[in-house]
Ligand binder design. Structure first.
Ligand code: GLU
Length: 324
């Protein structure tokens, strides 16, 4: 089966037997917030696979970052990418790798299968996991394309049938250079911190589809999707915005204080100014949920400061006054 034949559970009937067995995995090193290219891999896997397994490639202690795994899980949740199985940690599977390696030479096609301390390298661990967890399609960045022949041969040497390998183009900087972790927009956390809502990041990645060639990061496109997502969040839900009276605990006091603070700040708010208002409200015990509901008509959505920054002052006051 190719990607064109089966773009994911949403584009074919759920009972389609071709899809029932598609099992994919997203394998992340616990190195902190996801690189945008890795996030693309997560989105493609999630949309393609019927069953989506999350794997943490933590066999290399040198690359472990404090809180790195947590950051990966947080990014996936933030993007709305739930997993069906896992997280499976490679660090828990040492015995299994040792057992698998027992029948193999120390080097396979010239590549080391074990670290000097005897533990499995990424190459061996990855192949054993893909076999053991019944992965049918390995979808990952094209930086792993050179591994395909080795992974295929190693799988067969272990007596299994190789999965289908699909390699996605990389996301590069606009000038075509590699997008380093520090570049603007290179990690999911940096987009989140810039106030981009998750819907916009996800939509951007879905627009890229399953690129076979490298693509250039388009921050302008991400920003415009962010504005669209914020606009949607601004569509007032009549039932919430026009209730007969205030309803949350502390709501009236919160809204009155919020109105004063917002009225006292001229023009548009930047990130710091918006955050300062929210901090101030919190300090006096304000109910921030009430502010969100009155401004967006919803209970959740983009970070509240970014709503404050996106809404013009007059519109903000109008919505608060309508509630008061
Ligand atoms: N941990 C590897 C990475 O982060 C996973 C590669 C794979 O998907 O096999 O690139």
């Amino acid at each position: 089966m190719t990607l064109a034949q089966a773009r994911g559970p949403h584009s074919a009937p759920l009972g389609d037997p071709r899809l029932r067995s598609v099992k994919v995995r997203f394998a992340a090193s616990p190195t902190g917030s996801l690189h945008i290219g890795k996030a693309l891999g997560a989105v493609v896997n999630r949309n393609f696979g019927r069953t989506f397994l999350l794997r943490i490639d933590d066999t290399d202690p040198a690359r472990d970052v404090e809180g790195g795994e947590q950051a990966v899980l947080e990014d996936l949740r933030w993007l709305g990418l739930g997993w069906d199985e896992g997280p499976v940690r490679q660090s828990d599977r040492g015995d299994r790798y040792r057992e698998a390696a027992a029948g193999l030479p120390e080097r396979f096609q010239g590549v080391r299968l074990r670290q000097p301390d005897g533990s499995a390298t990424y190459q061996l661990a990855s192949v054993v996991d893909d076999i053991d967890f019944g992965i049918t399609h390995v979808i990952r960045g094209s930086d792993h394309r050179p591994n395909e022949p080795l992974h295929r041969a190693l799988t067969e040497a272990l007596g299994a049938t190789a999965p289908e390998y699909i390699h996605l183009g990389l996301i590069l900087r606009p000038d075509g250079k590699q997008l380093s972790r520090r570049s603007e927009g290179a990690s999911v956390a940096s987009l989140r911190d810039a106030g981009i809502p998750p819907e916009a990041v996800r939509r951007y990645l879905e627009e890229l589809g399953t690129p076979r060639h490298d693509v250039h990061l388009d921050l302008a496109r991400i920003r415009s999707l962010a504005v669209e997502a914020l606009d949607e969040a601004r569509q007032p839900a009549a039932s919430i915005l026009e209730p007969p009276s205030v309803s949350l605990p502390g709501e009236r006091e919160t809204l009155e204080r919020f109105r004063e603070l917002r009225a006292g700040a001229n023009g548009a708010l930047d990130k710091e100014a918006a955050k300062a208002i929210l901090r101030e409200l919190k300090a006096v015990g304000g109910n921030l949920r009430a502010v969100r509901r009155r401004l967006t008509g919803r209970e959740s959505g983009p970070e509240l400061w970014s709503v404050l920054a996106a809404l013009p002052r007059e519109e903000t006051l109008r919505r608060i006054d309508a509630a008061l």
